[in-house]
Design a protein around this ligand. Structure first.
Ligand SMILES: [Zn+2]
Length: 166
């Protein structure tokens, strides 16, 4: 839930509702957690493969496909004042909805984003995948404030210690 909240798939209110639901149904929550983790790993595999210009693992694509199809079964069309929107069928279980949100966000990104700009953070301690939206497409780190600064500090430390040793 915390990861989904940080990834902005759900907000704080939805996270609390999900938590209450999970406490009432621990067995289903454990099963859902297993599915979310497997889906997250499959998505990571698909995106890092694309970033590395490799063909993604067939099993990872299949898993994403299965969860996406399941999610579609729970989506409906709602009439709004100024148009239409996709909504979840009200009976959709919140744990299933989280899986659906995750699968749908991944598929949306795969079909609409410019995947030539997909990159894996250069920091050996990170591994995050990001879309490089800079004009020059030269971004190396997921976040300059985190991994970029860490890399700069490390280069500085290495330069300084080699100078001291020399
Ligand atoms: Zn990073």
């Amino acid at each position: 839930m915390e990861w989904a909240r940080q990834a902005r798939l759900i907000d704080g209110r939805e996270a609390r509702a999900l938590e209450r639901n999970a406490r009432r149904r621990p067995w289903q929550a454990t099963a859902a957690l297993r599915r979310v983790r497997a889906l997250r790993e499959a998505i990571y595999d698909v995106f890092t493969s694309r970033a590395g210009r490799r063909r993604p693992d067939a099993a990872a694509v299949d898993l994403l496909q299965r969860e996406f199809r399941r999610a579609l079964r729970h989506l409906g069309l709602a009439v709004r004042a100024r148009g239409f929107a996709l909504t979840w069928v009200t009976s959709t279980d919140p744990l299933t909805r989280l899986l659906g949100l995750l699968a749908r966000a991944a598929v949306d990104s795969l079909i609409s984003d410019d995947l030539t700009r997909l990159k894996v953070c250069r920091s050996p301690r990170c591994g995050w995948v990001f879309l490089d939206t800079t004009r020059s497409a030269t971004r190396r780190w997921c976040d300059m404030k985190v991994c970029g600064n860490r890399a700069k500090a490390q280069r500085y430390y290495i330069r300084r210690s080699s100078r001291t040793a020399g």
